[in-house]
Structure formats: C-alpha cells, structure tokens
Design a protein around this ligand. Structure first.
Ligand code: TRP
Length: 511
C-alpha cells in the first residue's frame, strides 16, 4: 500500500482500492488504478455483469449471417462490439416485420472528431447497408452545453455558448456525412434545431415517467446539478422512438406554421417499429432507463435493442480511451500523414520486447500492442491480420514494422476521409437535416410486413385521424387499455424499487 502511505491517507486499504475501481458511465470512462497506482485495462467482462447486458456470442454472429446472407461485420467478429440487449429480437423483427430503425448519436464537445468517434458510425453505416433500414443520428448540442456549464460550476466560459455547441454539431455532422452515409435513408439533426413537435411530446411524457431520484441514481447527479442536465436524459431516450420523427416515415408532424390536423396526435403505428442502437457501452445507463419506460408510454414501444462496443484504446494503451482533450492520446480525422506517423511512432504503446534480440527470441504480444489493435479495427482482411499477429508473436516481426503497417492503413483511411470531407458543403448538410420521408426497402420478403406510410394503407391499421384531431372511439379504447397497463407497470416498478431499497438497507446494516 505504498501509494496510500505516501499520500498521507489513513490506512483504510479496502476503501482506497475501491476508490480506484473502474468507472464507466456517460460522463466517465476509466479502467481504474491497481494497488501499485498503475492504470488498469477496462474489464469488459465485469462490465457485462455489472450492467446486466448479454455477451454477443458466436451463435448471434451465425444467426446474423443466416438472416442477412452477409458475413458479420469485422467489428463484431473481432469483438469490439461485444455485448447487447435483445439483438436477437431485432433479427426477429427484421424477419417478421421487414424493418426496424437504427439510432445513434454524438455529443459535439468540439469541432473535430478523432478516430475513436468514427467507429460506431462506421459500424452503423454497414448495418444500415446490410439491412437497408432508416437511420437517425442525434447531435446533442444541448447535452454538451449543459454538461460543460455544469462541469464549470455554472460558469459559461468564452467559446461555450449554446451557439458554439450548435456550431460544433454542424462541423461534426459534416464529418459524419463524410463517412459515406446516404441522405435518402439517413436523418441527422441537432437538438437545438429539431426538438419540438412529436419529439418534444414524447420527451415531455418521458420526463413525467422519470423522477429526480431515478436520474440521480443512474448518473450520479446531485442537488447542485443544473436542472437542464437532469432532464436531458429523457431526450436522448425518446430519440429512440420512431414516433418522434413522423415525417421520416411519411406521417405528419404538427409544427408551426403548418399545424396540419393529420399530425395532431402522435402516430400509434410508429410505436410498433423496433429500434436498434449501436453505441459504446458508456451510453448504456441512458438506455437502461429507456427500456424500463418504453412500455409505459401512452403508445407503448417495444423495448429498444442495443449493440454495444468497447472503447477505441488510447495511443498510450488499454487503460483509457481516445480523448479529444488529450491530443497525444488520439488521432484526429484532421491530422496530416506526418502527424499520424509521428503519433504512432512516438506514442503508440508497444506489445514488443525491450530489445531487438529479445523480440526475435521471445516474440511480442499483439493483444496489448496499440498499432496491432488499431489494425484489428480498420484492416478488413482477416488473413493478413492473422498473419501479422502470428509473425509478431513468433518474433519474425518487430514493433517498428507493426507500426509501419498501422501508419500506412490509418493514413489511407484518414486521407480518403479528408477527400470526401472537403466536398461536404452546406447544401449537402441541409439534405441530411431536412425531415423527409426516407427511402428504404428493408427485408424484401418479411413474414408479416408492418404498414408503410399512411397513404399506402388508408382505412387499415391506424384509423384515419379525425379532422378535429380528437380521438376516435377505437383510439379512446386503446388509450384506456394502455393507461391501465402503464399504471400496473408503474406500480410494479415502484414495488421493485422499494424492495431493492429495503434490501440495500439490510445489507448496509449487516455490514
Ligand atoms: N450522449 C452521447 C455522447 O455524449 C450522444 C448520443 C445521443 C448518443 N444519443 C445517442 C450516442 C445514441 C450513442 C447512441 O456522445
């Protein structure tokens, strides 16, 4: 316990170790510190247990391949996307209904994105191409504004107004577009610009299902957290509901100045469409909160499915993630070829041996080698990747050579990105940010297709809304049933929460 003593802290060894536990939530990502004060790698198996998510298994990959007729994405095969909730149900929905919605997002904390930020988007893009489904991308300028101001003790610093974060969101949108999304199938929005209409009604209803105590429990808020940040989570949650974006599905919203009566009510048909969220596992606490409330909405939604990734390792090694605020930890999408080369050569943690002789005789460890790790995310060719690992292990390949291979691959990826990015102008961005009916086919032969746009199914499924916007008889009945169900669920949840609190109290007393 040398480190404890050195800091002059009393010898409460157990607590000290606990304090250095890994901490993963939307606002913290750290692998923790061991007893000697060294940064530890994030323990993802522990996280699976702690969060209660499911591991993504070979059986899932097989089923994915069988349902889509395509090989599982390399990031799934190589375990970067490693866990899920109800991923099976998404595959079921695709087989049965023919479609689902993809939803992901980004907090625009600065105008530039790094390599780690591109990972969930690249993965999402390929899922979208494989399934041919609609995708929404939420840029949370509001979240980042509120979070930053909160972090600064309520002070609004220069360059950190709401407008500054909106501007970051626009820059990030262009970066995301440059990854190659299709504007006919993809809607990108910032909260400051889009939130209103049916989205805001869903948000308001969701806020009514969330108490301060619950938000505090999920995110560690305190009495001095600004109320904007406390309420923000509801927005990130309802962004997963297709009913928050009626126009993308050919339904009417109800916004000034149109005020079209066909959009007066949120559209119940849209609440039947399932959603899959690909994201890094730090976002899971939001979506646990979401899943607990999906079925309590006036129009209940099926529980949102998740596919969760690990973090892209920092250049310094597996203890942390690439961070925009630490320039030496990250490769930025705006870096020049020589910056990429220098960062990898100087900062990338090596799994190799101290000396050339030792490396030749004993071989290195690709599993902790950062250059190899990056290749495992960005190199498509399985055979080459296996070959690199084998040669590194045997000592045939040296650290410098592995770095060189990595540098070449990343330079190629970043240069191609920058070439596309230079062509994304304001008009291109507008095309993605305009709410319009998206064009997608989904599964060409579903078992029981979901109704498409209202025009295509007049008279069936959702009954035509009344001109005065009031509920039809059928809708009133359905609302009553839904309300009764929601009340029952709420009661059950309350009871469960009380039981959990009771249990905790007993455990504390026993300790
Ligand atoms: N809170 C996320 C961030 O800070 C942004 C976000 C919003 C998001 N919705 C999402 C991320 C859905 C993943 C999936 O980056």
């Amino acid at each position: 316990m040398a480190s404890t003593e050195a800091s002059g802290a009393p010898p409460v060894a157990e607590q000290k170790i606990e304090a250095a536990e890994q901490k993963i939530d939307p606002y913290n990502v750290s692998g923790g510190v061991d007893e000697a004060g060294n940064a530890k790698a994030i323990d993802y198996n522990r996280l699976i247990e702690l969060f209660g998510v499911q591991p993504l298994t070979d059986a899932h990959l097989k089923r994915f391949e069988q349902v889509t007729g395509k090989p599982a994405h390399r990031l799934m095969r190589r375990g970067l996307f490693f866990s899920h909730r109800d991923f099976d149900k998404i595959l079921d929905a695709y087989e049965r209904d023919g479609t689902f919605m993809l939803y992901t997002g980004r907090g625009p904390s600065s105008g530039s994105m790094h390599l780690g930020h591109t990972v969930p988007f690249l993965f999402t893009k390929e899922l979208q191409e494989i399934f041919d489904v609609p995708l929404v991308i939420m840029l949370t300028d509001d979240e980042k504004y509120l979070y930053t101001r909160n972090k600064n003790g309520g002070v609004q610093k220069k360059g950190q107004t709401a407008e500054d974060f909106l501007e970051f969101a626009h820059e990030n949108a262009k970066d995301i577009i440059a990854l190659g999304f299709d504007p006919n199938k993809t809607f990108i929005y910032t909260d400051y610009e889009f939130n209103g209409g049916h989205f805001y009604r869903n948000a308001s209803e969701f806020e009514s299902l969330l108490t301060f105590n619950q938000a505090e429990g999920a995110f560690g808020f305190t009495g001095s957290t600004n109320v904007g940040l406390i309420a923000y989570g509801a927005k990130q949650c309802v962004a997963a509901f297709p009913s928050s974006y009626p126009e993308l599905f050919g339904y009417k919203d109800y916004r000034y100045p149109e005020l079209d009566p066909a959009g007066k009510r949120r559209h119940k048909d849209l609440s039947k469409i399932m959603t899959l969220i690909p994201c890094a596992i730090d976002q899971e606490p939001y979506f646990r909160m979401l899943r607990d409330r999906c079925e309590r909405m006036t129009d209940p939604h099926p529980k949102t499915a998740l596919i969760l990734s690990k973090f892209l390792t920092a250049l310094q090694g597996p203890g942390g993630k690439m961070s925009a605020s630490d320039a030496n930890s990250a490769i930025f999408m705006s870096d020049t070829p020589s910056q990429i080369k220098n960062k990898i050569n100087r900062h990338a943690f090596s799994g190799g041996r101290e000396t050339l002789e030792e490396q030749r005789a004993l071989g290195g460890n690709p599993d902790v080698d950062v250059a190899y790790t990056y290749l495992s995310y960005f190199l498509e060719d399985d055979a080459e990747l296996d070959d690199l690992a084998a040669k590194y292990r045997s000592g045939e390949m040296l650290t410098g050579e592995m770095k060189q291979r990595c540098i070449a691959e990343l330079q190629k990826f970043v240069a191609a990105f920058q070439e596309r990015r230079s062509k994304v102008d304001l008009d291109a961005m507008r095309e993605f940010m305009r709410p319009k009916k998206l064009e997608y086919v989904g599964n060409p032969s579903p078992k029981k297709p979901v109704p498409a746009a209202p025009a295509a199914q007049a008279g069936e499924g959702e009954s035509a809304p009344r001109e005065d916007g009031k509920l039809t008889k059928g809708e009133r009945k359905a609302a009553k049933v839904a309300a009764a169900k929601a009340e029952k669920l709420a009661l059950r949840e309350k009871k469960e929460a009380e039981q959990a609190a009771e249990k905790e109290k007993k455990a504390e007393e026993a300790a």
